[in-house]
Design a protein around this ligand. Structure first.
Ligand code: SF4
Length: 358
């Protein structure tokens, strides 16, 4: 291989060889996941888009059930566009990163109403749609439309970092890894979608984070990380900053019919547009008590901890009553049976509910 560790240029012949090795392996060992077409089948852009948006920052395992549920509820982009946003948010509950669901719905409406239900087939046009960034546009162009595109997700980054023994730590190495991956993808018109998915599957099946299964890998002979005995240590990481700690209060309030009080959260911001239990604001110091609620003497677990990507949250639990039994319309609260509402709640509220029952 003519590649150097940090500034690789692999020859045309080498690229052809590696692509061949990857695709041969992929044809025999690819993952069976619901949005994958069978060999030789053409992918439906709606299915590819839906799965790629759901997979942003979320594992394939977690996405599978949501993907299938969305296809049952809204089999086409027109069906999704015609749905109520509240229903889309409720169906997304538990998948996290809720801005994705709002953008998904907006994007469906643009495709259905302004583009005759047809997704654009170029990265540039795809990127003009809500919720479609660089990675997602590359994945859709490549997988749905078989256009050459440099598709680089976390799995691909790991394979490339190891194959070229890139020592620069993440996230600084991202640009370099993309340039190296580009050498594999560049100008490959025969099966660009399959090439992208072969990288992803190699990263998910063999080139796994902790203990890569190099003995089974089609790239082993030329993998610099393997040859140097450092594959498992790559990609290197910059020391993680500690997540900030935030605090909040959360309230469990039941009426005479046994219904719980729920809060329709503001459309923007964290968990925007989702349903939740009533809470105080979340900040870095102990929160103020909510002006509308008074604590009840009933005991429950005192707090639950929850980890968001960018901060840790400690929610203090209060069984409470509504002060003067009054709520105003601006409070955006309503009574409902917990069991019938549970499926629409983000995980943090489900965890708090368990705390209230402990
Ligand atoms: S040989 Fe090992 S480290 Fe190299 S690409 Fe294959 S699985 Fe990854």
């Amino acid at each position: 291989m003519t590649a150097t560790k940090t500034n690789s240029k692999i020859s045309v012949r080498e690229v052809a060889k590696y692509r061949g090795q990857l695709l041969t392996w992929y044809d025999q060992h690819r993952r069976d996941i619901p949005w994958r077409t069978k060999l030789g089948q053409v992918a439906d852009p709606y299915n590819v888009w839906l799965s790629e948006v759901m997979c942003q920052q979320t594992t394939v395992q977690a996405v599978k059930a949501y993907y299938l549920k969305f296809l049952v509820l809204w089999p086409t982009v027109q069906d999704l566009a015609a749905a109520e946003q509240a229903d889309v948010m409720a169906a997304w509950a538990g998948l996290g990163y809720y801005a994705r669901a709002r953008n998904l719905h907006k994007c469906a409406q643009i495709v259905a109403n302004e583009l005759d239900g047809v997704f654009p087939d170029t990265q540039d046009e795809l990127r003009k749609l809500p919720g479609i960034g660089e990675y997602t546009s590359a994945a859709i162009a490549s997988i749905a439309f078989n256009k050459p595109a440099t598709v680089v997700d976390g799995n691909v980054e790991r394979v490339i970092a190891r194959f070229f023994a890139v020592e620069e730590p993440m996230p600084r190495a991202k640009k370099q890894l993309k340039a190296l991956a580009h050498e594999f993808y560049d100008g490959f018109k025969e099966r660009p979608g399959d090439l992208a998915q072969s990288f992803m599957d190699l990263g998910a099946r063999l080139c796994i984070p902790k203990a890569p299964r190099c003995a089974l890998c089609p790239l082993q002979t030329d993998c610099q990380g393997y040859q140097a005995g450092i594959a498992a240590e790559l990609p290197r990481k910059t020391k993680e900053k500690t997540r900030p700690q935030k605090y909040g209060n959360i309230y469990w309030i039941i009426n005479e019919q046994g219904e719980a009080l729920f809060h329709q959260r503001a459309p923007k911001g964290l968990l925007g547009g989702m349903l939740g239990l009533p809470t105080s604001d979340w900040g870095t110091s102990a929160p103020q008590k909510h002006p509308v609620f008074v604590e009840s003497p009933e005991s429950c677990k005192t707090f639950v901890d929850y980890t968001f990507t960018h901060f840790n949250l400690q929610l203090h639990l209060y069984k409470a009553q509504v002060a003067n039994n009054k709520l105003s319309e601006e409070d955006n609260m309503f009574w409902a049976a917990y069991k019938q509402t549970e499926a629409k709640l983000p995980s943090v509220f489900k965890k708090a509910f368990k705390g209230f029952q402990a």
